[in-house]
Design a protein around this ligand. Structure first.
Ligand code: BGC
Ligand code: BGC
Length: 998
């Protein structure tokens, strides 16, 4: 296919087209040092350090091509039509970011000016428009989760989608369900919803729908097992060669961590962000098992996978493993080099990446664009991530093209009111012996703690909120937004008290014990009376910022700023002490929660800009608290079972984080370990009381579960690849410094790649180039995204009555739990909830529905979901431990697996998880049981990999001839298994363009 010069120029990123009139021609850089040309981990001897520290991830190829399943059909039709018109470099431009700080958003891909197609703007965060001004700073995920209110999940998503749309964002980098919250100290748990996969699944689905109903693409993240900040990207510490590996078994993957991602896929999330760290020793963005097998094949994900920022570690390998877009596009921030960009062009030209793969990347990206109906809703980006000045550089890193970059568009609408409502509804009343609600008639109201007041640097004074000064309304890191204003608790309480003409004083120095004691004492004096309201917090965030020695992850679970001492100092004097906590997750409250002078305890979560108004609504009874804690509060760190890895444990190699507690996190761990929570998952009080009665279970007709069969169509291609000559940099081309382009340096691809290992002959993963029809997985679907559609067959409708037995209107969240039965299952798992508003004396009906998926376990042998023959019981009540109603479920004949299915699973090797875990279960959670648990996890992973993967790999590994490298992406040549694999022949490494090739 021939290209005219006009077509070539047209393929430049938009930005360049605008600046190409500039006279200066940047010389093509020469002599860049070659980056490491080995595959990640290729030299790491996987056999050495003991089985459990070196789990591998089974290979899965080819990368499934999008088919336009279900409600994606129209979007695919449009995407195919669009992509059919594109040149190779135009397709590459869709897949590759322009480089860090190359344009206005945290990520921008290349434009297609020939078709007037703009660069797409990718922007954080999951709670607002990061770096945006005049936009709403919503409560964080953990607080919206605490509302347990589907309509609020949706509305918050819609609000954020609208604001991103109106700022000119195409792709919203949220919501978060990874981390899920395996360990309570995880730095970014608050960005997500809850360690319970069901609650998180509902929340992510509604958020995705809300965002995408505003015609913005949602990017659910971080896929997957990104459960801690330490070592997520390798160094620090500097000697570390690779990032942490989260090691997991197949059953835990399906039943726990993958669960909410399934809901995001079903809700139609247009994009998915692969994570920094490794999964079973294969990086999240080149792990063919998690991307190709689980996400694109089993779940039938029709959108595209984009990398976390610098989470890409290879060119060809990541492409073959299913990555569709790399962000921010450069190999490392502003390296000027790229795994993709021109190198992707080279790889397609020389056949290392088949045309159908690049076409699939482009189609998936465009399908997401059409799926959310972007056309007609696009807004030119009117804000800038890198400066708040009205004028600045379009290309910030390069300091080029000075122009207007901020229009300061106010996109808030009335979303501040919604934010207040979300925060109030997500506030959880943990204890109340009469302290609340306040009447407003208190003679003296005393407020304590820096957490009640302003940050002395202003609400946005610490970059990316990287400090813990003043009231905590947001954690730190990329999951933040600028506050348009932040109502502090102190100012809102003052306004409230003064509206009743009361007296109010405060001490906001957490350590001014003399003043703290004196003020507390005055409140308690006869003839005075009133309330002491103490504020304290616990913060966390993303690992690139360290706050008070906390490297993203929390170092401990106690309150910051000596909160315990502050609370105790007040409670020692004041017999009406009300504690309010702003925390990113559970904290240890042992030091004071039973003190009778503490008459109420409130968890106000991470509330966003309306913090003070929301807490005042609760404290003064304008909103009756109805939030429920979305995580468990324990009395020690150990009671959570799982914890973070703070120290490297594998020499200079990837730290190995074995998820040896399987599905037993949060309340499931407490139940299993026999730990008594201080406040259990799902718990939360109200100013009224509720009674539960009249549980009814109605069985629905669902047929037998039929494994999906049949084959996909063969891989389609759109247009043709063209000739190398068509894609060489045009003469006199102006290159913006460090900007990533799709062009190549010369028609000599070897020279153009600049890669010394170009052409080295290595084995490619079996099947990676297979463009023929592929079998559908039994658990997958040929109909719609989300896996086998019969998993969503309705099986039971459950109802119960909830009566408001108090005298004020209130909200209650009845919860449905299920015991799946069997020796190694959690005591109960959440499977339904609904937030109801009930008038005093009245009864409302709670309704929940159980579908096949809700009742199933993942069977590692059949690689499918199965309803085991173990007896199953449902429970309904007000928390995970207050379950007054229960009933055994009568599973219709022919629906549950016949008894032998589960026993044969238990007997076979690959069910090592369940069999030996069953053993450890009976060993009553001793530490040796825990140890055997981890061994079980690793052996089952090995076993399940041979189940999951077809013959070739299993055969190879049993023959012992081939060393499995990290992820199955590349196999060491079988003739010489110890040979260091260097490079895949092609331009995986950025063209370090030398002047000789110019
Ligand atoms: C974070 C992502 C974020 C991205 C862009 C990464 O470091 O992990 O959550 O979307 O940066 O800011
Ligand atoms: C950026 C974040 C990003 C992080 C990655 C920071 O400089 O602001 O967006 O998540 O780098 O480490």
């Amino acid at each position: 296919m021939a290209f005219s010069g006009a077509a070539l120029l047209a393929a430049l990123p938009l930005a360049l087209a605008q600046s190409s009139s500039s006279a200066a021609v940047t010389p093509i850089p020469s002599g860049l040092p070659f980056p490491d040309t080995t595959y990640p981990n290729a030299t790491v001897p996987y056999a050495v350090a003991g089985a459990q520290t070196n789990q591998t991830s089974p290979p899965s190829y080819p990368a499934p091509w999008g088919e336009g399943l279900g409600d994606w059909a129209d979007a695919y039709q449009q995407a195919r039509a669009f992509v059919s018109q594109l040149t190779l470099t135009e397709k590459v431009n869709l897949t590759t970011g322009v480089g860090w700080q190359g344009e206005q958003c945290v990520g921008n891909n290349g434009a297609i000016p020939r078709l007037a197609f703009k660069s797409m703007c990718l922007q954080d965060s999951p709670l607002g428009v990061r770096f945006g001004d005049f936009a709403t700073a919503q409560p964080a995920g953990v607080t919206i989760a605490a509302t347990w209110d589907r309509s609020l999940f949706y509305l918050r998503g819609l609000n954020m989608g609208e604001e991103h749309r109106d700022k000119g964002v195409d792709i919203f980098l949220g919501p978060v369900v990874g981390p899920l919250g395996r360990a309570p100290a995880g730095g970014r748990n608050w960005e997500g919803f809850s360690p319970d996969p069901y609650l998180s699944g509902v929340a992510v689905a509604e958020t995705v729908r809300g965002v995408q109903d505003a015609n913005v693409i949602a990017c659910t993240k971080h896929y997957i097992l990104n459960e801690q900040e330490h070592f997520r990207q390798g160094p620090p510490p500097d000697y570390l060669t690779e990032a942490l590996s989260s090691n997991i078994d197949d059953k835990t993957m399906h039943e726990l961590y993958l669960w909410p991602f399934v809901d995001a896929v079903r809700a139609g999330t247009g994009a998915m962000m692969c994570s920094y760290q490794q999964i079973n020793n294969s990086y999240g963005c080149q792990n063919s098992y998690t991307m190709n097998h689980l996400l694109k094949n089993e779940l039938g994900f029709q959108g595209f996978i984009l990398s976390d920022w610098d989470a890409q570690h290879s060119g060809v390998a990541s492409a073959l493993a299913g990555l569709d877009q790399t962000m921010p596009g450069d190999e490392s921030f502003d390296s000027g080099t790229a795994y993709w960009g021109g190198n992707l062009t080279i790889a397609v030209l020389n056949g290392t990446i088949p045309q159908w793969r690049i076409d699939d990347m482009a189609v998936r990206i465009m399908a997401a664009y059409y799926y959310v109906d972007r056309p007609g809703h696009e807004v030119d980006t009117n804000f800038d991530s890198w400066t708040q000045d009205t004028f600045g550089f379009q290309h910030f890193f390069a300091s080029e093209d000075y122009r207007q970059v901020n229009w300061h568009v106010d996109v808030q609408q009335n979303h501040g009111q919604d934010a207040r409502n979300f925060a109030a509804k997500g506030t959880v009343l943990l204890k109340n012996t009469g302290g609340l609600p306040l009447t407003g008639q208190e003679k003296l109201t005393a407020v304590f703690g820096s957490d009640a007041a302003e940050n002395q640097y202003g609400p946005n004074g610490c970059p990316d909120r990287g400090c813990d000064n003043g009231t905590l309304a947001m954690g730190w890191g990329s999951g933040t937004a600028n506050f348009p204003y932040l109502i502090t608790p102190l100012e809102a309480i003052k306004a409230e008290v003064r509206s009743h003409r009361g007296s109010v004083e405060s001490v906001i120095d957490d350590y001014a014990y003399g003043q703290i004691t004196a003020l507390s004492r005055r409140v308690a004096q006869p003839l005075v009376g009133g309330a002491c309201i103490v504020f304290a917090n616990s913060d966390a965030g993303e690992g690139y910022i360290v706050v008070d020695y906390n490297e993203g992850d929390r170092n401990n679970l106690t309150l910051w700023h000596n909160g315990d001492d502050l609370i105790n100092a007040v409670a020692a004097e004041c017999n009406n002490t009300i504690v309010v906590m702003h925390t990113v997750g559970p904290v240890l409250v042992n030091a004071w929660y039973e003190n009778p002078n503490i008459t109420a305890i409130v968890w106000a979560g991470i509330p966003g800009q309306e913090s003070g108004n929301a807490i005042t609504d609760i404290l003064y009874g304008k909103v009756n608290p109805g939030g429920k804690t979305p995580f468990t509060w324990g009395d020690s760190r150990g009671s959570y079972g799982s914890d973070l890895l703070y120290q490297t444990n594998n020499g200079v190699n990837a730290p190995q984080d074995n998820f040896e507690n399987g599905v037993f996190i949060d309340y499931r761990a407490f139940d299993r370990l026999g730990e008594t929570p201080v406040y259990e998952f799902g718990f939360g009080l109200s100013y009224t009381t509720f009674e539960y009665s009249n549980l009814q279970v109605q069985s629905q007709q669902a047929g037998a579960y039929v494994p999906t069969s049949g084959q996909t169509p063969p891989a389609p291609t759109y247009g043709s690849v063209g000739d190398a000559a068509d894609f060489v940099y045009p003469t006199d081309f102006h290159r913006v410094e460090a900007y990533i382009y799709p062009f190549i340096n010369s028609t000599n691809l070897r020279q153009s790649s600049g890669d010394p290992a170009y052409g080295v002959n290595v084995s490619y993963p079996a099947g990676a180039f297979d463009d023929g029809a592929q079998p559908y997985l039994a658990a997958g679907s040929n109909v719609a995204p989300g896996g086998n559609q019969q998993l969503y067959d309705l099986m039971f409708t459950i109802t119960a009555d909830v009566t408001n037995t108090g005298d004020v209107v209130g909200d209650e969240v009845p919860q449905l739990y299920l015991s799946l039965g069997g020796p190694d299952e959690p005591a109960v798992v959440l499977r339904g909830f609904e937030r109801l508003t009930v008038q005093p004396g009245e009864t409302a009906q709670f309704q929940a529905q159980l579908c096949r998926r809700d009742l199933s376990n993942w069977d590692v042998v059949s690689q499918n979901w199965v309803i085991t023959s173990y007896p199953k019981t449902i429970y309904v009540g007000s928390s995970s431990r207050k379950l007054p109603l229960q009933q055994a479920l009568d599973i219709p004949a022919g629906v549950a697996a016949p008894a032998p299915a589960s026993s044969s699973a238990a007997a076979s090797g690959s069910a090592a998880v369940s069999s030996s875990a069953a053993a450890s279960g009976s060993a009553a959670a001793s530490s040796s049981a825990a140890a055997s648990g981890s061994a079980a996890a690793s052996s089952s992973a090995a076993a399940s990999s041979s189940v999951a993967v077809s013959g070739s790999v299993a055969a190879q590994s049993s023959a012992g001839a081939v060393t499995q490298i990290s992820d199955g992406q590349i196999q060491a040549p079988s003739a010489a298994p110890t040979t260091i694999v260097t490079q895949i022949s092609d331009g995986q490494i950025q063209a370090a363009a030398s002047s000789s090739t110019a």
